[in-house]
Design a protein around this ligand. Structure first.
Ligand code: 13P
Length: 250
């Protein structure tokens, strides 16, 4: 069976006090989560605090992005080695907010993916289409282009033990979740596409769904054959709600 992973992307939310309370709240309920892996991706400045609180627990920590370079004059960026030094296991790359609000290109995302791997982090590669792209029937074309940019740099080996998150942009923070069937269709497309290159790597790949996942819809999404957990935004900011989503994946 494939590894399942539920990861909370806290985006740019929280204060030192609220982040401590949220982390402690998640830790308290973690033993009721089944086999699914659980991770949180705090704003970078809170990573040391969260890493200290979660040290020795099953709750993993991830960065919300990682620099494509390893050190030097890259103001505002964080190197993979720095995330690693503070206990991170994962690094999200290519989140649609990075792509669409901050202009990150497929090529840059691919380089960030490589940097995560180079530094011993598991990349969580986000892919997904805009509403107008879905309406134009271009969903698969867009997702294929985003995957191809990474494949071109890493080959299929880059996807061994990596995580892909399918996040349709129209479903992020809108309360408008993709139906389980809509999500499954794209997840199967992703797995089949990679399977054409290497079916062992594709079969083992954890593919998360992200976009308005809540406790009330998590179970039906996670019951689909190619949906292996979720990348959770808003609903990951409340410990009880997030834990209920984690249990749905367990
Ligand atoms: P929401 O769960 O708030 O829709 O956000 C999803 C997301 O972007 C996770 O990375």
């Amino acid at each position: 069976m494939r590894n399942r992973l539920v990861a909370g992307n806290w985006k740019m939310n929280g204060s030192l006090e609220s982040v401590r309370a949220l982390t402690r709240g998640i830790l308290e309920g973690l033993d009721q989560v089944g086999d699914a892996g659980v991770a949180v991706c705090p704003p970078a400045i809170f990573i040391p605090e969260v890493a200290a609180l979660t040290s020795g627990s099953a709750l993993a920590v991830g960065g919300q992005n990682v620099c494509d370079q390893d050190s030097g004059a890259f103001t505002g960026e964080i190197a993979g080695s720095m995330l690693k030094e503070f206990g991170c296991r994962y690094a999200i790359v290519g989140h649609s907010e990075r792509r669409n609000l901050y202009g990150e290109t497929d090529d840059l995302v691919a380089r960030r993916f490589v940097a995560a791997r180079r530094n011993g982090l598991t990349p969580i590669l986000c892919v997904g289409e805009l509403l107008e792209e879905r309406e134009a029937g271009d969903t698969e074309k867009v997702v294929a282009r985003q995957l191809d940019a990474v494949l071109a740099v890493t080959g299929i080996e880059g996807f061994r033990d990596a995580v892909v998150a399918y996040e349709p942009v129209w479903a992020i923070g809108t309360g408008k979740t993709a139906t389980p069937e809509q999500a499954q269709e794209v997840h199967a497309f992703i797995r089949n596409k990679l399977s054409e290159v290497d079916s062992t790597i594709a079969d083992a790949l954890t593919i998360q769904y992200g976009g308005s996942v809540k406790a009330s819809n998590a179970e039906e999404l996670f019951s689909m054959p190619d949906i292996d957990g979720g990348l959770i935004g808003g609903a990951s900011l409340q410990a009880d709600e997030f834990l209920a989503i984690c249990r749905a994946a367990g």
